[in-house]
Write a protein that binds this ligand. Structure first.
Ligand SMILES: Cc1ncc(COP(=O)(O)O)c(C=O)c1O
Length: 474
């Protein structure tokens, strides 16, 4: 991680009026470039709330409607071409229209796509996940939400306890037990060593959300005192081993090992939510990268090669609870043959062990070149990342937990950087909290394009004369 802000460590003072002017100019540019998306939006609003299939796709002034993708590139309905660093919220690590995954799926289509009976594909994929992550037993789901929901049920079923601990400022899908303290506002937080349980939106009964308690990331002492206070009540702790929904925050050295020790001591099931990290930050995800083994691992996103699937890894003890029917782990489409064909090809033919070294190398190049721009222009920012994941974080100090993210990240610069990327042919996740995901298809040319957009942003933000920047020719 690099934290210097500007050569000699001196960050430039950011001229807020200039940022407001540039944001306005880039927004106008964005609207001009995405007129067909605006038309789709108008039509979509009549049939889908917010004009989108999932609220995470909403965006101001409208979402960018995508027509197609190929390798590291996507094209929107206006015909703009982008190098894709959004990658479907971190799913498309295999690159778009990957021929190996495509061939496996096409072959499966001709053999029938659904039986609700096990096929060889589920055995092969479970064996591969066992090899990668080290946990012996696996079940399948249809999304990250289902994976974390089932893992919470399993923790409660195994322990006979009700309370779930989670990390403040983390997202684990949209079921009752985890839609708590996701992105609470500053004034809602409560004490750091005893945060309030804040429901994320309406629709979750208080009786349920009160059973979920938050603790800060990277602080095993607070975890220890909460576990002592709630001794005998906590079923499980669900956490991302490296936080990936408030930019990227890695665990400090020794933190995960202590979490493992404390949860084991208190009979609390430890769930690593590797929906984002699983198939992206190493061959064996965060579990192998950081060398700490939980009781359960939840997966989705990149593991199924662009198809809607997920998985839960578990110890033999947890598997017995499932196999005996003590906790019911169900789903008509679990282990669907089409999804398994995609997962098998993605994991065994595309995301092979050597590929992670290449992803890491490309990521390091991108991160260090971004850091160089940050230093040269004196931006209050630093780079963070691992494996296929990385980001520029607009904070002059490194983040350790959600409260840092809330108080230190410069939302205006983050939003403006996003607009520059989009207007310069870089497809990026909207919002302040996300990161880039590389795929096996990203080349030096894609990295160069990203850097050109970021440098244009850095130049305009720090230069003395305010002029509206030219758009990238799409
Ligand atoms: C860490 C984490 N867990 C769970 C989920 C939920 O996954 P899904 O959107 O597939 O339900 C997400 C989604 O972004 C996530 O980032």
């Amino acid at each position: 991680m690099t934290v210097e802000t500007g050569s000699g460590g001196a960050a430039k003072t950011i001229d807020r009026r200039r940022i407001a002017g540039l944001t306005e100019a880039e927004q106008a540019n964005f609207r001009e470039r995405t007129r067909a998306s605006a038309e789709r939006f108008e039509r979509a609003l009549k049939v889908m709330p917010g004009g989108v299939p999932s609220s995470f796709q909403q965006n101001d002034p409208w979402p960018t409607y995508i027509e197609r993708g190929d390798g590291a590139r996507v094209w929107d309905v206006d015909g703009n071409e982008y190098a894709d660093f959004h990658n479907g919220f971190g799913v498309m690590c295999i690159g778009h229209a990957n021929p190996k995954v495509g061939a496996a799926v096409k072959a499966r289509v001709d053999l029938g796509t659904h039986f609700a009976a096990p096929t060889d594909g589920s055995i092969v994929v479970a064996e591969e996940l066992q090899r990668r992550f080290g946990l012996p037993q696996w079940r399948f789901t249809n999304s990250g939400t289902e994976s974390t929901m089932d893992a919470v049920h399993l923790a409660r079923g195994a322990t006979g306890r009700d309370v779930i601990l989670k990390i403040e400022g983390s997202y684990h899908g949209h079921h009752d037990a985890v839609m708590v303290s996701v992105y609470p506002e500053l004034e809602e937080l409560g004490e750091r060593d005893d945060p309030r349980s804040v429901p994320y939106g309406a629709g979750y009964p208080r009786a349920l959300t009160d059973l979920t308690r938050a603790v800060p990331f990277n602080d095993a002492d607070v975890l220890e005192s909460v576990l002592n206070k709630l001794d005998g009540q906590v079923a499980g702790l669900i956490m991302e081993p490296a936080m990936m929904n408030i930019n990227i925050i890695p665990p400090v050295p020794g933190y995960l090992a202590r979490v493992r020790e404390l949860t084991a001591k208190h009979g609390v099931k430890l769930i690593f939510d590797e929906v984002k990290t699983g198939a992206t930050i190493s061959y064996g995800g965060a579990t192998k990268r950081f060398g700490v083994t939980p009781d359960m691992i939840t997966l989705a996103k990149a593991v199924c090669g662009g198809y809607p699937g997920g998985a839960i890894g578990m110890t033999g003890e947890m598997a017995e609870i499932v196999a005996s029917g003590k906790v019911h782990q169900y789903g008509t489409f679990n282990g669907n043959p089409l999804v398994m064909a995609a997962a098998e090809a993605a994991l065994t033919e595309v995301l092979t062990e050597d590929v992670y070294r290449k992803l890491e190398d490309t990521n390091e190049q991108l991160k260090s070149a971004c850091q160089d721009i940050i230093d040269r222009y004196g931006l209050p920012a630093y780079t963070e990342g691992m494996g296929a994941k990385g980001c520029v974080i607009f904070s002059s100090e490194p983040l350790r937990e959600y409260r840092d993210y809330l108080t230190k990240v410069d939302g205006e610069l983050s939003t403006l950087a996003w607009l520059y990327h989009m207007n310069h042919g870089i497809f990026m996740t909207p919002g302040v909290e996300e990161e880039w995901t590389l795929s096996v298809a990203h080349s030096g040319e894609d990295v160069e394009r990203y850097l050109a957009a970021f440098e244009a942003f850095a130049t305009d933000v720090t230069s003395a004369t305010a002029t509206a920047p030219a758009a990238f020719g799409g």
